[in-house]
Write a protein that binds this ligand. Structure first.
Ligand code: FMN
Length: 365
């Protein structure tokens, strides 16, 4: 079990979906960092369930109780513990699932790993609810980065086959990223919203679910953050991204599509602009050699369709040792993607802050 991340901005998450609460301990927040609880609440509300027809009907306030490390709106420099109480559980929904493994969910792998002692209710520690503490940590990280001129925002790049317009990889406007990061259904082209919502509704109507992709950018990132090999921006961000339940792919810049380009196009030609080195294109997503190159950091994170669906599925019953058919009732997100957008923004902020703290520790003076 590994519930912690980071060497400088250190996180340790805890909790289960249907336990008393979930939360995080954050170590490494510099003393004096402003902690704006209203802003934190706004980011938490974007991820919170029960607010949108594309989300689970489970209703949670997701208010963070800060138990330590903050006084009069500023970090004390000591560990900050944020607790989010669980209130909207219907644990009875899970009684019929005991021993009957949900395909696509962590039930079987978790049962084997923990010998059946793991809490299966609502997915237990595997639940997407555990991303709420990441949003809390990310809210603090992005506030620190914003003071340094870094803006982060994301949009729903696609749900199933319905695509939004892409972010401009070279000049994603900070004002656009701010608009997107204030939205619970962030889209560059609002005219695609109806089609996206219809796609989710149609899947839900036939007891199914859908996946999609979040595209996220950070602008104002200086060149020089990250390091080769294991401390690369790609590897540290991917560690966080693949820790988010339901994430199946991570791409930087053109991602897998870069294989279609010859080197002459995939290379981002460099130029001086007002005395600063910049690139004319951003096929590499702002990272070369594992280190930021001064271009916007551009990532795409693909999430699978929600595994818990009401449609009958073939699975196994560990109680009887037989195959069985499972219909999952209870409250589930027909599509995870809209709620995941703020989670992806949060982990990008956490990765960049962690690496910039490492950078400060390793740069020649
Ligand atoms: C914000 C968020 C909400 C989620 N909601 C649900 C849900 O309602 N039902 C469900 O079965 N899975 C949900 N998931 C996904 C599962 O937690 C995940 O698929 C499961 O733990 C297995 O992990 P894996 O998909 O990474 O292999 C959610 C994930 C996230 C990030």
């Amino acid at each position: 079990m590994r519930g912690n991340f980071g060497e400088h901005f250190r996180l340790s998450i805890f909790g289960e979906s249907h336990g008393p609460g979930i939360g995080i301990v954050i170590d490494g927040i510099p003393a004096g960092t402003p902690i704006d609880e209203d802003e934190i609440a706004r980011f938490m509300a974007r991820r919170a369930p029960g607010r949108d027809p594309t989300a689970t009907a489970r209703r949670e306030e997701d208010r963070v109780e800060i138990l330590s490390g903050v006084l009069d709106g500023h970090a004390c420099g000591t560990p900050v513990c944020g607790l989010i109480r669980n209130t909207g559980m219907h644990s009875g929904d899970y009684r019929s699932l005991i021993g009957r493994m949900r395909p696509g969910h962590a039930d079987y792998a978790g049962f084997i790993k923990y010998g059946g002692f793991n809490d299966p209710r609502g997915g237990g520690h595997f639940s997407g609810r555990l991303t709420a503490p990441l949003v809390f940590a990310g809210s603090i990280a992005r506030a620190i980065l914003r003071e340094r001129g870094i803006t982060i925002g994301s949009h729903i790049e696609r749900i199933g086959p319905v695509h939004d317009a892409p972010l401009d990889p070279v000049h994603p406007a900070p004002a656009l990223l701010d608009r997107l990061s204030a939205s619970t259904f962030p889209l560059i082209d609002p005219t695609v919203e109806t089609d996206m919502r219809r796609h989710v509704e149609e899947a839900k109507a036939v007891l199914d679910s859908v996946g999609g992709c979040v595209e996220c950018a950070a602008v104002g990132v200086p060149a020089g953050i990250g390091s080769p090999f294991f401390g690369s921006v790609e590897s540290v961000f991917s560690t966080l991204a693949f820790s988010v339940p339901a994430v199946k792919a991570v791409e930087f810049g053109d991602g897998t599509a870069i294989a279609d380009l010859p080197g002459s196009q995939a290379n981002d030609s460099m130029t001086y602009s007002d005395g600063l080195v910049t690139c004319l294109t951003n096929h590499n997503g702002g990272v070369t050699g594992g280190i930021t190159n001064g271009m916007p950091v551009l990532v795409r994170v693909t999430l699978k369709p929600t595994p818990s669906i009401s449609r009958p599925q073939h699975t196994v019953d560990l109680n009887t040792g037989n195959d069985t058919t499972l219909e999952i009732h209870g409250r589930h997100d027909p599509c995870i993607v809209p709620r995941a957008a703020v989670v992806i923004e949060s982990i990008l902020a956490i990765a960049l802050l962690e690496l910039s703290m490492d950078d400060a520790a390793t740069r020649p003076s």
